[in-house]
Write a protein that binds this ligand. Structure first.
Ligand SMILES: Nc1ncnc2c1ncn2[C@@H]1O[C@H](COP(=O)(O)OP(=O)(O)OP(=O)(O)O)[C@@H](O)[C@H]1O
Ligand SMILES: [Mg+2]
Length: 146
């Protein structure tokens, strides 16, 4: 991690936080997102990124409740990549929308807010990621058509 910070330009360095699997994890993740994106000069992405992080961290807490979770944020080209790593190799499942279901909405929120999202599994865990587009022209002011 230190090497990343040393060898990459500052806005491309990977920012990472390790979260213990406690009820505070989602709150700490949201705070980390706010601080990191503000520092990187992307305050317009803070709200969406906080929501995405909340949903992904909550999922990791549910499915890998005994192990730490890592949240990484880094810039790749025109996108900000938000990644949540956990120690369950089970993949996330994008459930069909069901009005009457109690759950199954989290990944829909992530997909709606992100430009793209996906995951990669490993023997002992996985990463679920979402890309947020940097500098969307409309993010600086929305005009409504009467
Ligand atoms: N980190 C994860 N590890 C393993 N399985 C996951 C993970 N995240 C999601 N899943 C699977 O994908 C499904 C859909 O996740 P999603 O977040 O959309 O819904 P949910 O967590 O079940 O409910 P909600 O987020 O609406 O409270 C989950 O029910 C679970 O089976
Ligand atoms: Mg969920």
């Amino acid at each position: 991690m230190c090497n990343d910070a040393i060898t990459r330009p500052v806005d491309q360095a990977i920012r990472r936080i390790r979260l213990e699997p406690t009820p505070r994890a989602a709150r700490d993740a949201r705070r980390f997102v706010s601080e990191t994106l503000t520092e990187l000069g992307h305050p317009d992405l803070v709200e969406d990124a906080r929501l995405i992080a909340s949903e992904l961290i909550t999922n990791s807490l549910t499915h890998a409740p005994k192990y730490p979770i890592w949240l990484s944020i880094w810039r790749t080209g025109a996108f900000l990549d938000l990644e949540v790593w956990d120690c369950s190799p089970e993949p996330p499942v994008y459930l069909d929308p069901d009005f009457f279901a109690e759950g199954g909405r989290g990944l829909h929120i992530v997909k709606e807010l992100g430009t793209a999202c996906g995951y990669t599994t490993f023997d002992h865990g996985k990463v679920v990621w979402a890309l947020l587009e940097l500098n969307k022209p409309w993010a600086h002011g929305i005009s409504w058509i009467d």
